[in-house]
Design a protein around this ligand. Structure first.
Ligand code: SF4
Length: 324
């Protein structure tokens, strides 16, 4: 894995990164909907700007994490041409950053083309992928790495037994990661773990630490494919993990409240899903009803997005200044 990410550096051969664009002023005042709001209502008076979108093009994954809240409930994958059309509409509405998640993004057959399209045709400021790390290949990075700004890796533990308990089947694929983003979900298996030494070794530019989020129908309830109740942690346990790692400057904590309302989550049918109220409720498809109608259903709060640090230096570094 070390060589994989060392090689990643050499694949980032794009043009010199532009100076950071100050975009926080473009984020509109808080506009959100609740799950109970009438989604057939008229357009808002001022348009919602989808500055940063998390796109889930499919739900397939080779892992089975017990707390997963985007499980393989459906096998839908839109035709790539439809997906590109939807992303063009989002770009026109003000999208500047896209993050591809899943399922496991590297199981999505058009991932490379999608990242390239977003960077070269849509000219997004930032393209990102959040992966479990098991399917990333040098071949892919050599072919598409120049179009990718951020590669995030989910890493919940550096202990093999803990990873097995969580449901991460593959082992030992994370050590040696350099200058990348890490995501960690604090759960009953890892909340007492001290990850400081490994995090310092990896030195991610951004380490996002989440609390297990329970969502009816995804990881809790009779129709869910997972049961995350048994692995969830209390607010006190989550805080204890944060306190233990308080010296990590890259740490960005996100409790359940921030997770529920600060992300624009675009599902496999190009619907924003509303996570407020303990469920994931898909809204209207932006392909069928347009971007603003779809955004009204998202339950997204721009203020919470900004408060959780959703606007940051999201472009890859100038290749001439890489220190990896
Ligand atoms: S790696 Fe991610 S998408 Fe896959 S099961 Fe785990 S949490 Fe879910």
């Amino acid at each position: 894995m070390a060589s994989l990410f060392t090689s990643l550096a050499s694949t980032f051969t794009g043009t010199k990164a532009n100076p950071l664009v100050e975009i926080s002023s473009e984020v509109p005042p808080t506009q959100s909907t609740s799950p109970n709001q009438d989604t057939t209502s008229t357009q808002p008076t001022s348009p919602i700007v989808p500055v940063s979108v998390n796109c889930f093009p499919h739900r397939q994954c080779n892992y089975s994490c017990s707390f997963c809240f985007h499980t393989s409930l459906s096998s839908t994958i839109l035709p790539f041409s439809e997906m590109k059309h939807g992303l063009r509409l989002l770009r026109q509405a003000g999208m500047k950053k896209i993050n591809i998640s899943g399922g496991e993004p590297f199981l999505f057959p058009h991932l490379g083309d999608l990242i390239q399209f977003c960077k070269t045709e849509l000219k997004l400021e930032s393209t990102g992928i959040i992966s479990n790390g098991s399917k990333v290949t040098l071949k892919w990075l050599e072919e598409y790495g120049e179009y990718l700004d951020i590669l995030g890796i989910s890493c919940d533990s550096f202990d093999d037994d803990t990873n097995r308990g969580i449901g991460r089947k593959d082992e030992g694929n994370l050590k040696g990661v350099h200058k990348n983003k890490l995501n960690t979900v604090v759960n009953k298996w890892n909340w007492e773990e001290d990850m400081n030494d490994c995090i310092e070794e990896i030195a991610p530019f951004r380490w996002k630490v989440f609390q297990v989020l329970l969502l009816e129908g995804e990881n809790v309830g009779p129709n869910a494919l997972r049961n995350a109740v048994d692995v969830s942690v209390t607010n006190e346990q989550f805080q204890a993990f944060l306190d233990r790692h308080a010296s990590q400057k890259s740490l960005v904590p996100e409790d359940n409240e921030a997770m529920e309302s600060s992300y624009l989550l675009l599902d496999e049918e190009m619907r924003f899903v509303n996570c407020q109220g303990g469920k994931k409720i898909p809204g209207r498809s932006l392909l069928e009803r347009g971007v603003q109608a779809a955004l009204q259903d998202a339950g997204w709060e721009a203020d919470t997005f900004v408060a959780r640090g959703g606007v940051y230096d999201w472009q890859k570094p100038d290749e001439n200044n890489l220190d990896w």
